[in-house]
Design a protein around this ligand. Structure first.
Ligand code: GLP
Length: 240
């Protein structure tokens, strides 16, 4: 695991985007795993800027989003499908057909999880996975106690996560209670992983993930077993 500590949150996005740009340039068919939330926004904005300057080409790039709320239609502004359309597909000029988000509004959610894993396998797996980290150490929506070898499945969201994400919803009681998320085993199948974090509120989770014991109580700690992970932090999130 490489740990890169940079002065500011903006530096995190720039550094990670440049790393991703180099990987995509080296293998244009790369499948990019994309995370939602505020942490990777700087990456997407920098990738869009590099593309606008023609410093990178994202032609033909395929993306798989990590997770989605259960029960929200794709056009709900709080859904991850809407986030991905707004922050990734549009700004990076990707074909919507090349961007796959788990179907949280499917009638048969268990089937939707299997379909997602099958589509991922058919695409050849994730070449490079972008991750954020929750204040409780979750990656994707793999909450504490998640099996370290889990696959894409339905999870109940913890109260902490629902509280953290309530800023994206009109009121706390409208935050969904369940999600579909890639499992920790699914995430670990990615050829390469880049995890980004910013801010003091992530410092405890970051320390537990990097230096704590590998344990399901801190799901991100499983990344200690991955052969090719870069963790990009600002000084505040690296403070512990
Ligand atoms: C969210 C997402 C994760 C994200 C994390 C941190 O709930 N499911 O993919 O990395 O929690 O979110 P943020 O970056 O907004 O702090």
């Amino acid at each position: 695991m490489d740990v890169v500590i940079l002065p500011t949150p903006a530096d995190v996005g720039t550094f990670a985007a440049q790393l991703i740009g180099r990987r995509v340039a080296a293998s244009p068919g790369t499948v990019l795993g994309v995370a939602t939330g505020s942490s990777p926004l700087g990456i997407y904005r920098e990738l869009a800027r590099l593309r606008a300057r023609e410093a990178i080409s994202l032609d033909g790039l395929r993306c798989f989003a990590l997770d989605e709320y259960v029960g929200l239609p794709p056009d709900h502004p709080g859904s991850y499908a809407a986030f991905v359309a707004r922050e990734i597909t549009g700004p990076l000029g990707l074909a919507p057909a090349n961007v796959r988000v788990p179907d949280g509004s499917a009638g048969d959610i268990a089937r939707a999880c299997i379909d997602y894993e099958e589509d991922l396998a058919a695409a050849g797996g994730i070449g490079l996975q972008i991750l954020g980290i929750g204040t409780n150490g979750h990656i994707g929506f793999n909450e504490p106690t998640s099996s370290l070898s889990s696959r894409t499945r339905v999870k109940a969201l913890s109260e902490q996560t629902r509280k953290d994400n309530s800023r994206f919803f009109p009121s706390g009681d409208t935050v969904p209670t369940h999600c579909i998320t890639q499992g920790l085993g699914t995430i670990m199948d990615a050829a390469e992983i880049v995890l980004v974090a910013q801010g003091e509120r992530k410092a405890a989770a970051v320390a537990a993930a990097i230096e704590g014991p590998v344990a399901s109580m801190c799901p991100a700690s499983v990344l200690q077993f991955h052969r090719r992970v870069t963790v990009v932090l600002d000084e505040a999130s690296a403070g512990r």
